[in-house]
Design a protein around this ligand. Structure first.
Ligand SMILES: [Fe+2]
Length: 490
């Protein structure tokens, strides 16, 4: 049994070499693309169901089906041009029954699965973490983290600079998603921690022994990695997470589209897609996110993060660098006089940091194939989102050196830009890094004037700040260096 495009199918082989195949067309699945595919054979009829509805039925030949006793189950996927896609990104669970289920039984099973997915549960009946532990805001004195259990639970976080875990933070309230701040920490110090959760029925689980590191002091060097558009391929995100872990950065900037569309009624995209891929990394390295269009309602974004300022737009400092994190979903706020524009202008004016870096989801510059006009069909691309006109001028006049964004699922670096021209001395460098687990995108057929490097493929970036030198590298999913540059400040 299987599916390809908009067709599902089921084939049975019979003892006399006869083969019987059922095929049916399907619409898009439940919640955009989840499909519950069931095929049955009761000795007389073969049937094919999709999301609880019978789509095809046929009388079977009188012969027995072939090789039932020693039948092998094989799972496979034809991945077309997606070598990084894994089968488990496509097939979430498989069951084999020794009898043909009735339509009622199939619908009951579908409802069970739907309830499990709606709740973001990864397993039906064991007490487990659906999310995290997930580190985000790290400062020199504290760190924030969140986690979620599949049923309401209270928690104790044990932590400390060594295995004694001599400090504890108790969270007595029972809840699914919990957020915590560990206070009174030492700067640039490794801490061990463990989250122990207990359900109302007394079941317990713990996260295992994990580590985090507090932020460095202002004069100390540090490194961070950059990813964008983790979306719907947890195995790509997991692989990127492994590569980033090898770099041991102080933190990760996430440029939004954490999910492909993880709005309030699509919670499962956070649990089944984002956290399953990213947690091995995010339970040890804090992630500083911005919201993309995939989480523009901010519903789960705010519940899984405890961030400063307005949460959806905020500033944090790390070492000698100020980071300004914007929510670029709210177009009106990005224009002169708009809430985020004016906030950013004031914050940039106050900033005494050596490096002023900005992150948001959407693209001020992009020479991709079709987001701003389909360049294969003769449309003239605007080569970026016009909503950034005012902000681009502000970045240039207020001393921002680098702007990070995602949204288009590819990598692009601009030359340093100012006043619509390349300015090697005083220009702003724009980095588009949207190449985590989203479907990959490509570029327009010809070179854009501002473009310093384009790269199709999954990737991540690493930035090292050492005093007045900013070193940048970009690696693909195989860990190969694909781009680098350095900026030295006077
Ligand atoms: Fe996006």
């Amino acid at each position: 049994m299987g599916y390809y495009g908009d067709e599902i199918s089921f084939t049975l082989n019979f003892e006399n070499e006869e083969t019987r195949t059922l095929r049916a067309k399907i619409e898009k699945g439940w919640k955009k693309y989840w499909g519950h595919l069931v095929a049955s054979y009761d000795g007389q009829k073969i049937r094919l169901f999709f999301n609880g509805e019978m789509k095809a039925e046929a009388l079977a030949p009188a012969q027995k089906i072939r090789s039932v006793a020693d039948a092998q189950v094989e799972l496979a996927a034809y991945l077309k041009q997606e070598p990084a896609m894994a089968l488990a990104n496509l097939v979430k669970s498989v069951r084999l029954y020794p009898q043909a289920l009735t339509q009622n039984e199939i619908q009951e099973r579908l409802r069970e699965l739907q309830a499990q997915v709606e709740a973001g549960k990864l397993f039906p009946d064991i007490f487990h973490f659906n999310a995290g532990p997930y580190l985000h805001l790290a400062t020199p004195q504290s760190i924030n983290l969140s986690w979620e259990t599949d049923r309401p639970a209270n928690a104790v976080i044990e932590y400390g600079p060594d295995q004694n875990l001599s400090q504890t933070l108790e969270i007595p309230e029972y809840a699914l998603i919990q957020e915590a701040t560990l206070p009174n920490l030492q700067a640039n110090t490794t801490y061990y921690y463990r989250v122990r959760a207990q359900s109302a029925e007394g079941q317990t689980i713990d996260s295992g022994l994990l580590t985090f590191q507090t932020a460095v002091k202002p004069e100390m060097p540090f490194s961070f990695c950059v990813i964008g558009d983790t979306e719907s391929r947890p195995h790509v995100n997991h692989r990127l997470g492994q590569l980033i872990w090898e770099e041991r950065p102080n933190f990760v900037l996430h440029l939004g589209d954490i999910t492909d569309g993880g709005f309030q009624n699509h919670k499962f995209e956070w649990n089944h897609e984002y956290f399953t891929g990213i947690t091995p990394l995010a339970s040890r390295i804090p992630i500083f996110p911005v919201a993309g269009n995939g989480e523009a309602d901010l519903y789960w974004y705010k519940r899984y993060h405890r961030l400063p300022d307005h949460e959806e737009f905020y500033q944090f400092s790390f070492g000698n660098t100020d980071f300004f994190m914007l929510n670029s979903n709210v177009n009106a706020e990005l224009k002169k006089g708009g809430r985020q524009y004016e906030w950013l202008k004031a914050r940039l004016a106050e900033s005494k940091a050596t490096w002023k870096l900005v992150a948001h989801h959407h693209c001020p510059f992009s020479s991709d194939e079709d987001d701003f006009g389909n360049t294969w069909k003769g449309e003239v691309s605007t080569q970026g989102d016009p909503k950034f006109e005012d902000l681009k001028k502000l970045y240039e006049s207020a001393g921002v050196q680098v702007v990070f964004y995602g949204h288009v699922h590819a990598y692009e670096r601009t030359h340093p830009l100012k006043d619509g021209k390349i300015d090697q001395q005083n220009g702003v460098t724009y980095i588009k890094s949207g190449g985590a687990g989203g479907h990959l995108e490509d570029f327009a057929p010809s070179h854009a004037w501002f473009s310093g490097k384009t790269q199709r493929g999954h990737h991540f970036c690493r930035v090292d700040i050492v005093g007045n030198v900013l070193g940048f590298k970009m690696y693909d999913l195989e860990g190969r260096l694909k781009d680098f540059f350095e900026i030295k400040r006077p």
